[in-house]
Design a binder for this molecule. Structure first.
Ligand code: GAL
Length: 352
């Protein structure tokens, strides 16, 4: 475990990188700025390592232009809340920041991705990790309640990146954190991930309007290009003419996972045939946003000078459904005083 300070003492709080390494040589590098995971080095079937997550080299680049949310913790609410408002126990909260047209996206102007997290390196049986803590004051970004969020990152000797979220509040509020890492199992600077096979463990999804706000319907994937119950190359249908897909510019949907609510289980499997690298995603969350990187457009230059073009990385963001605070029939994202929010997601790396 190493850490290196990359900003100057005059710039407080200090933004630093930390590196976790497991007994198999896997490395996960992150910063306390936004909990951003900037490098994940995993082996292929011949033991050759590649860095499979998109990102920048310096914290300054993350601070100044991480508009794509590379590797970042997202909160207080992952994905969108329609019209920047919701009501709780009869009280209306309409002061969320509009950063996606008239809607609220990924926690607003200064979300969890843009704050510096108190970071403590920890280790335990079979893992090295870090505990990140952020105290979000009452009213921040329009959300009620003083919220204390902790996120535990672990890199296990089983080659898993484990994320455990916890939170408490002193007023009733909504909470729905996620992580926004982009992956390319060929390496962040390798061939396009559009050739990856994708499996999503879901028979239903939440259709949206053109702005990505769920309509409230719950549709079957059967017979649609959103059916990933069997693994298949997602690039073949990412330009589907199905208007539910084309209106969002490609895959950028919430799938409803085939498991009991709260149960920890499989969300998705991504596989890159040439390297043999596979990533299985498990979560206790009810949904996953498979976002195909449709908004990447060549304007961001990342590690090693790699220019990230459209769809050069994909995200599997485990979450509650977008806009849940406005739909009583979606699983609840309400967090009350006295309750402890708990959620766990695992990205497990292997080869075939
Ligand atoms: C995703 C979201 C996309 C886009 C992206 C950030 O989570 O689903 O619509 O906003 O984040 O560019």
């Amino acid at each position: 475990m190493t850490n290196s300070t990359v900003l100057y003492a005059s710039q407080k709080p200090l933004m630093e990188f930390f590196t976790l390494e497991n007994k198999n040589g896997l490395k996960l590098k992150f910063t306390n700025l936004g909990g951003i995971v900037s490098e994940i080095h995993v082996p292929d079937r011949d033991g050759n390592f590649a860095d499979v997550t998109l990102g920048f080299e310096t914290v300054e680049e993350y601070r100044d232009h991480n508009d794509a949310y590379f590797g970042a913790l997202i909160g207080r609410y992952g994905n969108r809340i329609g019209s920047c408002k919701f009501s709780l126990d009869g009280e209306m909260f309409d002061g969320l920041f509009a950063n996606d047209g008239v809607n609220h996206l990924h926690g607003g102007k200064v979300g969890f991705d843009k704050v510096v997290w108190e970071t403590e390196l920890v280790s335990g049986d079979g893992y090295m990790g870090a505990k990140l803590t952020y105290r979000s004051p009452d009213g921040e970004e329009g959300y009620p309640g003083n919220l204390v969020a902790t996120v535990l990152y672990k890199l296990t000797d089983e080659n898993e990146w484990v994320i455990e979220y916890e939170a408490t509040t002193d007023k009733v509020t909504v909470f729905n954190p996620t992580n926004h890492a982009y992956f390319n199992l060929a390496g962040h600077d390798g061939d396009s991930p559009l050739g990856h096979e994708m499996l999503i463990n879901a028979a239903f999804f939440t259709p949206t309007d053109e702005a990505g706000i769920p309509t409230g319907e719950i549709n079957s994937v059967e017979g649609t290009d959103l059916d990933f119950r069997s693994a298949r190359v997602y690039g073949a249908t990412v330009n589907s003419e199905d208007s539910l897909i084309s209106r969002l510019g490609g895959y950028d949907h919430n799938w409803i996972l085939d498991k009991q609510y709260g149960e920890f289980g499989l969300a998705a499997v991504a596989y890159e045939a040439q390297s043999g690298r596979e990533m299985k995603v498990y979560t206790s969350e009810p949904g996953v946003q498979f976002y195909a990187g449709n908004f990447l457009d060549g304007s961001l230059t990342g590690k090693g000078g790699k220019v990230y073009q459209k769809r050069d990385g994909f995200c599997l963001e485990t979450q509650h459904f977008p806009n849940s605070p406005n739909y009583g029939h979606f699983p609840s994202t309400t967090l009350r005083p006295g309750e402890v929010f708990r959620s766990k997601t695992v990205y497990a790396f292997g080869v075939r």
